[in-house]
Design a protein around this ligand. Structure first.
Ligand SMILES: [Zn+2]
Length: 225
C-alpha cells in the first residue's frame, strides 16, 4: 500500500520554498525592519589556521569552497577532517568552514561532545578559547594536536550597524530569540555581534535547532530582554 501524500502539506512546503526564494516569507518580516531575520543552525564544524591546514593537507594547501554561507565571504569547504576524541571515538567527516583564521577551533553540539566523551565542553563565543579542551584532528596528510579550541558555540546574532540601531542594541549585548508559534521556545541569551560586514543572522547549533523545531518554525523574532 502506497502512503497517501498529504496534498495540503505539500502545497504548504512549496509555498514556503517559493516565498523564501522571493525573499518575502510572511511571518518572518516586520514592518519597517531593515533586514529580514534569518535563523540558521550550524552543524559541527572546524575553523582552521593556515599552519594546521598545511599540517593536515600538505604544504601550500588552500581551502576549496564547496558552497557559500550566509555571511559574506564565508563558505563551507570541500575539506573535511577526522576528529579523534579522548576515548578513541571519532567524528569521521568534520567539515571545515572558510576562510582560514588565525587560530583553529572546533565547534560541537552538546550531543556531539557527549558522544565523543569530551566532558564539560564550555559554551563560548567564537575565538574565546582560553581553558577549553583540546583534541586531535586528522587530515589526509597529517595529524594536528589542538591544545585547546573545542567549544559549544554560544548562540549569537550577527548584524550590521543599521540593524543594531533598529533593535537598539550594541556589540556584546544580550537579546532573546523567540521561535515558533503555538508552544513557542524562547532562548534568553543570544549574544549580539555587530560588524559592518555582517548580515542579520542568528546562529544556533543543531541541538538548539532540534529543541525548537527550527525547520518547522513559521515565526522567529528577536527581542531586547
Ligand atoms: Zn556566527
Amino acid at each position: 500500500m502506497t502512503p497517501q501524500v498529504d496534498r495540503l502539506a505539500v502545497e504548504s512546503i512549496v509555498r514556503e520554498i517559493v516565498l523564501k526564494r522571493l525573499g518575502t516569507c510572511p511571518g518572518k518580516d516586520r514592518v519597517g525592519h531593515p533586514s529580514r531575520l534569518v535563523v540558521n543552525a550550524s552543524a559541527r564544524h572546524m575553523h582552521v589556521s593556515p599552519q594546521d591546514l598545511e599540517a593536515m593537507f600538505g604544504p601550500g594547501h588552500q581551502l576549496k569552497p564547496l558552497r557559500p554561507l550566509f555571511q559574506p565571504g564565508t563558505f563551507a569547504a570541500e575539506e573535511t577532517v577526522v576528529l579523534v576524541g579522548p576515548r578513541g571515538r571519532v567524528i569521521s567527516n568534520l567539515r571545515i568552514l572558510g576562510p582560514v583564521r588565525s587560530t583553529s577551533q572546533v565547534e560541537l553540539s552538546f550531543t556531539d561532545a557527549i558522544m565523543l566523551g569530551i566532558e564539560n565542553v564550555p559554551l563560548r563565543l567564537s575565538g574565546d578559547l582560553e581553558g577549553t579542551p583540546g583534541t586531535f584532528v586528522m587530515g589526509p596528510q597529517g595529524v594536528v594536536e589542538l591544545n585547546k579550541g573545542v567549544i559549544r558555540a554560544a548562540m549569537h546574532v550577527h548584524m550590521g550597524p543599521a540593524d543594531a540601531e533598529f533593535y537598539g542594541v550594541r556589540h556584546r549585548d544580550l537579546m532573546k530569540l523567540r521561535v515558533g508559534d503555538g508552544a513557542a521556545v524562547t532562548f534568553d541569551q543570544v549574544r549580539v555581534r555587530v560588524d559592518p560586514a555582517s548580515r542579520l543572522e542568528v546562529h544556533m547549533d543543531t541541538d538548539e535547532a532540534n529543541a525548537c523545531a527550527l525547520h518547522l518554525a513559521k515565526q522567529v523574532e528577536l527581542v531586547k530582554p
